[in-house]
Design a protein around this ligand. Structure first.
Ligand SMILES: [Zn+2]
Length: 159
């Protein structure tokens, strides 16, 4: 279910990815799923999306294989990122980095750091201090709205 124009069959890979990813709500939902918020009510509260907006995006994200139910047999269960969904992490980091570049004065509500060495990320997908990959397993975020303490992604403590 495309949210806007249907670019799902475009030959350009950027256009094909934009078909599902170029939507602000989708990006905010991804941010919250990486932050460990998995339930519909948590996602609604954290993003500020109306029920219908959130429901439509989660359906589109599920059809695009970005998310799946934590329990496929329970329609009330939360959502988790698929492998493809986890691959969107550098995209979110690029958005955060772009904000830092274009608005150096901040404010900085989200900081990306390396889980191995603690270095603040200067790249979207690898640590410029120790060269570790900045994937979902090895990246730490700190968010002002969540107390500014660095946390592991996808750990389910973002309630
Ligand atoms: Zn590092």
């Amino acid at each position: 279910m495309p949210l806007r124009s249907d670019w799902s069959s475009a030959t350009c890979p950027i256009a094909r990815s934009a078909d599902v990813l170029a939507d602000p709500w989708v990006l905010l939902i991804l941010r919250e799923l990486f932050s460990g918020r998995t339930r519909f009510d948590q996602l609604r509260e954290a993003t500020g999306a109306a029920d219908s907006v959130l429901s439509r995006r989660l359906t589109a994200m599920s059809e695009a294989d970005l998310v799946t139910r934590e329990d496929p047999h329970d329609h009330r269960s939360g959502y988790r990122l698929t492998d493809a969904g986890r691959e969107t992490l550098p995209i979110l980091h690029a958005f955060a980095r772009f904000a830092r570049i274009t608005d150096p004065a901040g404010p900085w509500g989200l900081t990306v750091s390396c889980g191995r060495c603690g270095g603040i990320a200067e790249s979207v997908d690898w640590c410029t201090t120790c060269a570790a990959p900045l994937d979902a397993d090895s990246t730490r975020w700190s968010r002002h709205s969540m107390g500014d303490t660095p946390f592991a992604l996808l750990d389910g403590t973002g309630a």
